[in-house]
Design a protein around this ligand. Structure first.
Ligand SMILES: NC(=O)c1ccc[n+]([C@@H]2O[C@H](COP(=O)([O-])OP(=O)(O)OC[C@H]3O[C@@H](n4cnc5c(N)ncnc54)[C@H](O)[C@@H]3O)[C@@H](O)[C@H]2O)c1
Length: 288
């Protein structure tokens, strides 16, 4: 259902790779809510993914390649996006992350520091670069809204989340620090959404992802939030209904972040205590 929440607004969406991407769903919803958009991703992702299909579907004003770690690319992106959209930008979604250490199966106690630099640059510092470039170009309209996607492993330890946990902690810190400066000077809002585990290309690359997804779902009273749910939440943050929300990490996780143990979680956990000689289906002891 559409509410015209973004009628007349112009936005840039980073990070749609394929139909599973959270950014893909956000782009579709933003247009449904009346926005005009520009899509961006790396040149390789545009070649390998299906961004052109999304561009057609959403009638995007342009698809502009940009490596989010390159200040030069970002300057070009914001200038070209303002031309294509005919003025200042009202909202931006940062939906970019990558860990080479995870890809190469380097554990947290055996990190390659060159890879760590890349993880931090792509997944966190790119957010600073993006905002700094936008501010210097005065590309964002008064009360504009900038949103990045994060994960609860930024401040609690999750097995297998590796150096991405450090990247998310930095991303959330940039949200606060730049949120203060951009808010004070231009009334631009900067927030992060801390999203449930979601089956996407980036999500699937995390060690033990299926277990994490199931665990979070069992622990959350409302169940995991899907990519579509996340897109809905983004609409509220891009809209004028949240004009005074800034510098926040907002949990969008079905309640997971405030849980300790749930009945569904406990039930599953207790199954691991079933003695070896018990029939797993019936719970009856097998005598021989
Ligand atoms: N999937 C999950 O479980 C989950 C949960 C919480 C937060 N998030 C976050 O959501 C965001 C989007 O991820 P997703 O799950 O939709 O996966 P995805 O793989 O669809 O998206 C990741 C995107 O990052 C882009 N990217 C990588 N390097 C880049 C660079 N140098 N410049 C520009 N773009 C670059 C990729 O091309 C891709 O489009 C990420 O920040 C991720 O950490 C995901």
């Amino acid at each position: 259902m559409a509410y015209n929440l973004l009628k007349g607004k112009k936005g840039i969406i980073f990070g749609a790779l394929n139909e599973q991407s959270i950014a893909w769903k956000v782009a579709e919803r933003a247009v449904e809510e009346g926005a005009e958009i520009v899509l961006t991703n790396t040149a390789v992702a545009i070649r390998m993914g299906t961004l052109d299909e999304l561009a057609k579907k959403t009638n995007a004003k342009a698809v502009i390649p940009a490596d989010a770690t390159s200040v030069e690319d970002l300057e070009n992106l914001f200038k070209e996006a303002m031309k294509a959209l005919g003025g200042q930008i009202d909202f931006v979604l940062h939906s970019c992350a990558m860990s080479v250490n995870m890809r190469k199966k380097r554990t947290y106690d055996d990190l390659d520091y060159g890879f760590l630099d890349k993880t931090l640059d792509i997944s966190a510092i790119s957010f600073h670069k993006m905002i700094q470039v936008a501010k210097k170009l005065d590309a964002i309209a008064e009360y504009g809204s900038i949103v990045a996607l994060t994960y609860v492993a930024s401040h609690r330890t999750f097995f297998g989340y590796n150096d991405m946990a450090d990247a998310k902690a930095l991303l959330e810190s940039i949200t606060r620090s730049f949120g203060y400066i951009y808010g004070r000077e231009k009334h631009v809002r900067v927030n992060c959404i801390s999203q449930s585990p979601t089956l996407t290309t980036a999500g699937g690359g995390i060690k033990g992802f299926d277990g994490m997804l199931d665990f979070a779902d069992r622990m959350s009273p409302l169940g995991n939030a899907s990519a579509d749910d996340c897109a809905d939440y983004c609409m509220t943050l891009f809209s004028d209904l949240t004009k005074k929300v800034t510098m926040q990490t907002l949990f969008h996780d079905g309640g997971f972040s405030n849980m300790g143990m749930s009945l569904r979680g406990m039930t599953q956990y207790n199954k691991s205590f079933i003695p070896e000689n018990t029939d797993k289906e019936t719970g009856k002891i097998i005598y021989g």
